[in-house]
Structure formats: C-alpha cells, structure tokens
Design a protein around this ligand. Structure first.
Ligand code: AHG
Ligand code: MN
Ligand code: MN
Length: 325
C-alpha cells in the first residue's frame, strides 16, 4: 500500500488562505485531543451529566463542558481567530484581534449517545471576520454561503475528520500515532437512495408533508414510491450525516408540534450550516424543507431550523410534498 498523505500535505495543495489553513490545523489538533478524552470514557471519569443546563435549556454532560473548553481555548489562542460562538456558550467570545475568521461550533454533537458508547462528533464552521474592528454578535449572523470552510470530526470505530474548504469534500482518519491521514480523497453523495433517517417516535407530531413523505417510504414497493426503503437513526447528527456521505440517504429533523414555536431542534449556526456546506459540496442538497439552508439569513445566534439533507432526488421529493402543503 502506498503511504497516505497527512493533513498538512493536503492543505499545502489547497488554494485557501494560509490563515484558514492555520485555523483548520488548530481545530484538527483539538479534535484529536477530544477523541482521546471521549475514548477515555469512564476511565477518565468523564461520563454522565454535569448537573446543569446550557443556553438551549438542554442538560449538559460533563463531556459537553470539557470539549467546549478544550476547543474554545485552542481557538482563542489561534492567531487568525477574531471570535468564537459555541452551542454551549450563551454569548460570542472575542479575542481582541481584528480581521481573520470567526468560528462557530458544536463541541460534542450527539450528547445523548455519550454514555452508551455510540458515535458522537464535533461540528465547526469558519466565517470571515470584519476588518479593522472587533466582531460583535451581529457579525456572526452570516448566511451559510459565506463559510470559507466547514467540517466535522466523528468519534466512532475510527476517528475521522471530514472537511470542505474551497471545493470538494475530503476525509482523514486519525492514526494510532495521532496523525490525520487522507483516506477519503473525494466524497460524493449519490442522487438516489432508498435509506431515510428520522426520529420516528415523533411521527404523530409532524406536519402533513413530512408524514406523507415518510408514509410513502414506509409503503415500499407497494406504495407510490414503488421501492423498498430502509431506515437508520443514530441520533448523533454527525454519525447520520457521515453515513449519508459514505453511502447516500436522506436525513430529516423537521419542525414538529411538540414545541410548536421552535422551528426545529437543530441549530443553524453550529449544525445545519456546516453540514449543509459539506452536503452541497458532495453533490447532495440541504434545505429547511424548501429553501437551501445556505441561503437562510440568520437572525439569532442560537437559531433553530428544520433540516432535510442528503441525496438530491429525495430532498427534492420532500420539497415537492412541502410545497403541496
Ligand atoms: P446535541 O447533542 O449537540 O444537542 O445534538 C443532538 C441532536 C443531533 O445530533 C441529533 O440528530 C438529534 O439531536 C437527536 O435527536 P433525538 O433525541 O430526537 O433523536
Ligand atoms: Mn449537536
Ligand atoms: Mn452538542
């Protein structure tokens, strides 16, 4: 087998600015450290709840806090970073530096899976920062199209880092000696699929279009879709999106009537935008049901959004149902 190239060699051939590459390198190093902290599990005494809730009113796990601190500290010390925003922090934090980049992140996605040893991950998004002054919270509220890069790390049977910068989607696997080696040179999502991902236990709370779409899948060969579908739901967005990147599929976290005033569960700035950029760059689609996620104008830092992403023809099918009402 020929030797695999590492992240630094890959970045050397990428047309992104040196500053973006510095930010990505720092995030990758932090994710390698997070991988160890996650893998240490009960040995390190890191499992279980922290006994407090975050700004989203969600119970924080000890690892939510540890990983948030680890990534925040690394990014605040990183020269080209002017500000950060995290799912776990109420407000944005600035570094006192001007220009460069803003980073938004979900330090540990899939918290409900930590204590049961199922894949979790880290998601990040890199946005340009304003020149000549410190950024404010309003500067973070840029549409996803403005991202100069996005990615995620998945801590599973293998720890992987998936990245998109100026084009394409690449994947690295963390080696035993802590190097990110390029194992997936160009990931693409097939336009067609027969696999869907949604939390079926919320079925009775969905709006009619999602009910109709999923019902069509469930009817299989005998129904309107005339083919059998399979279902998977890891309940870590990172792991569900990673599966879709590897073999296609559609992922949905729609609005539902459990909390009717919330547009959805997933967060635009930390989850939907970075994943939407990756999915589009891999040839898939990502919408809120109809509108591309990347075209949404954020109005709040912790804004939630319905998410439908993955194989293009299935995302279009959901859009048809949504428009039909
Ligand atoms: P987080 O752990 O960062 O709060 O995100 C969890 C999200 C996402 O990863 C996943 O797709 C979804 O919540 C799972 O929701 P259910 O509990 O409804 O399955
Ligand atoms: Mn999350
Ligand atoms: Mn999280």
């Amino acid at each position: 087998m020929t030797a695999l190239i590492d992240l630094a060699s890959h970045l050397a051939g990428d047309p992104s600015s040196p500053a973006v590459k510095t930010v990505v390198t720092e995030i990758a190093a932090a994710c390698a450290r997070i991988s160890r902290v996650v893998a240490g599990g009960a040995i390190l005494g890191n499992l279980g709840a922290a006994g407090i809730t975050n700004v989203q009113d969600e119970e924080q796990k000890k690892l939510d806090i540890l990983t948030n601190d680890l990534l925040s500290d690394a990014l605040k010390a990183c020269e080209p970073v002017a500000g950060i925003a995290s799912e776990e922090l109420e407000h944005v934090e600035t570094t006192g530096r001007h220009g460069g980049y803003l980073v938004t992140f979900d330090p540990l996605d899939g918290s409900s899976n930590i204590d049961v040893n199922v894949s979790v991950g880290t998601i990040f998004s890199i946005l340009p920062a304003p020149e000549g002054r410190e950024p404010t919270e309003a500067d973070f509220l840029q549409p996803g199209r403005h991202q100069v890069g996005a990615g995620y790390a998945v801590y599973g049977p293998q720890t992987m880092l998936v990245l998109t910068l100026t084009s394409g989607v690449v994947g690295f696997t963390l080696s035993a000696d802590d190097r990110w080696l390029l194992t997936h040179a160009k990931s693409t999502i097939p336009a067609d699929t027969a696999e869907f991902a949604i939390n079926m236990s919320n079925q009775r709370h969905w709006a009619a279009p999602i009910r109709r779409y999923v019902d069509g899948c469930l009817q299989g060969k005998e129904g309107p879709r005339a083919k059998n579908f399979n279902m998977r739901w890891v309940a870590s967005m990172v792991a569900d999106v990673h599966r879709i990147l590897m073999r296609g599929g559609i992922f949905m976290y729609p609005w539902d009537a459990r909390e009717p005033t919330k547009p959805g569960k997933l967060r635009l700035m930390y989850e939907a935008n970075p994943m939407a950029l990756i999915v589009e760059r891999a040839g898939g689609k990502a919408t809120d049901g109809v509108t591309p996620i990347l075209d949404l104008a954020p109005s709040k830092l912790h804004q939630r959004v319905p998410v439908v992403l993955g194989s293009a023809n299935e995302v279009d099918e959901v859009a048809r149902e949504t428009v039909a009402g």
